[in-house]
Design a protein around this ligand. Structure first.
Ligand SMILES: C[S@@+](CC[C@H](N)C(=O)[O-])C[C@H]1O[C@@H](n2cnc3c(N)ncnc32)[C@H](O)[C@@H]1O
Length: 260
């Protein structure tokens, strides 16, 4: 899979490309990231990429022509490798990304990501060159670089061979429509806290059942709307009922002291 990123700050991407899961995937040629700055596509002596907004007001706006030229150069280079790339602009006004969207993005052969700065890009660029607008959340970042890195990290770790264990991504939160179960590692005891005994039992079926039950319970407690959207089998409903009964037994009833 190929990513081309149009950015004024290519050095920022070292955070993604120099270590960790994504860096390893790049080394193994599971994915590639190509950085390109619109400054290289300017025609004036000062290599100007931004200008004042029409109508006045604070801030600057990224200019149409250098961005368009950079996008077209990226698409042409991708095409020379047989990759047809669509164009996405990272924007707080875009569609808010979730795991389902990330999976869909990972199915395409290539993307050109446009990272904005200042007040954003000239609106006509979005109209003429952008296929999709993506937001990483309802808050405003100073630039699209971090947002582009968030997307590439979430996508590349899903690609076959990117993670050490093929099942890791499948068990993560959201991939099954549920939050992940809790995890434990050595030591077996920390102060008065042990590890759930089932995890020490060696009974793989019981461990799988416990993990599913924890995932259902957590999702019900923290993100009930996910569970509603996903639905549950009869077995899962039974596991959740047992989880909730146990949780109610372990937790002192709120307000019981006042009423007694
Ligand atoms: C300071 S922001 C511009 C915000 C813009 N004036 C607005 O209010 O919609 C500069 C750039 O950061 C990026 N950005 C900021 N917040 C983002 C978010 N939540 N998701 C994706 N990109 C974001 C965009 O590329 C944007 O062009």
């Amino acid at each position: 899979m190929r990513f081309d990123v149009i950015t004024l700050f290519p050095a920022q991407f070292a955070a993604l490309t120099e270590e960790g899961v994504v860096a390893r995937a790049l080394q193994r040629r599971i994915a590639s990231i190509h950085l390109r700055t619109p400054r290289d596509y300017t025609t004036d002596a000062h290599r100007t990429v931004d200008d004042r907004p029409y109508g006045g007001g604070p801030g600057m706006v990224m200019r149409y022509k250098p961005l368009r030229a950079a996008i077209e150069a990226a698409q042409a280079e991708a095409a020379s490798e047989g990759v047809e790339s669509r164009v996405a602009y990272l924007s707080p006004q875009g569609e808010r990304l979730d795991q389902r969207r990330i999976e869909r993005i990972s199915a395409a052969p290539g993307w050109v990501l446009v990272a904005g700065r200042y007040e954003g890009v000239d609106e006509r660029l979005i109209e003429d060159c952008v296929d999709e607008e993506w937001s990483v959340g309802d808050y405003v970042l100073s630039g699209g670089e971090l947002a582009a890195m968030v997307v590439m990290d979430a996508v590349i770790r899903l690609l076959p061979g990117a993670l050490g264990h093929a099942d890791s991504a499948r068990q993560d939160s959201y991939s099954t429509g549920l939050l992940d179960c809790p995890h434990y590692t050595r030591p077996e005891r920390i102060g008065d806290k042990g590890v759930p005994t089932v995890l020490l039992s060696g009974d793989h079926q019981a461990i799988e059942r416990w993990r599913l039950q924890q995932a259902l319970g957590r999702t019900w407690q923290r993100r009930p709307e996910l569970l509603q959207r996903r639905g549950m089998s009869e077995v899962e409903q039974q596991l959740l009922d047992d989880y909730l009964r146990e949780a109610a037994r372990l937790q002192p009833r709120v307000g019981s002291e006042q009423s007694e």
